[in-house]
Design a binder for this molecule. Structure first.
Ligand SMILES: [Zn+2]
Length: 141
């Protein structure tokens, strides 16, 4: 029992000397003890939640950085105007930034598209990782 609790008990003994007030004090001490225990558990739970949120934020930042690097990567050349196409051109706009010819056909495996399938897979991987993390962080507790 803590010093403060003992003080309370002593005060109770001095004040009333009757059984009832002592029992009241003991009950109050038990209530306070249970309450502080509950608060400690809540604090621990909040800390865990904050740590998880922090981890998710870091993972998302990394994924965004990866995606930004991959999005700028040249994955091919436009078959029509020979403009270099980036991952973002292919995955975000789906068209050549210069002549606006659609490049989405490349994803269906058209070998005449002028796109590097391997580079495109890396870009897709980065985009998928980012999407997965966004979904996970949205649904997380
Ligand atoms: Zn073009």
């Amino acid at each position: 029992m803590s010093a403060a609790a003992l003080d309370l008990l002593e005060l109770g003994l001095e004040a009333g000397q009757d059984e009832e007030s002592i029992r009241d004090l003991q009950n109050q001490i038990q209530d306070l003890h249970a309450e502080s225990q509950g608060l400690r558990e809540q604090v621990a739970a909040y800390q865990q939640r904050a740590e998880r949120a922090e981890q998710r934020t870091q993972m998302l930042e990394q994924a965004v950085n990866t995606w930004q690097a991959k999005a700028k990567q040249i994955v091919g050349i436009c078959g029509q105007c020979k403009t270099q196409l980036t991952g973002a051109d292919v995955l975000v706009t789906g068209s050549c930034p210069t002549c606006h010819r659609t490049v989405a056909t490349a994803l269906a495996g058209n070998s005449d598209s002028g796109l590097d399938q391997k580079e495109l897979l890396f870009v897709l991987g980065a985009a998928g990782l980012l999407l997965g993390l966004l979904v996970a962080s949205g649904g997380g507790k």
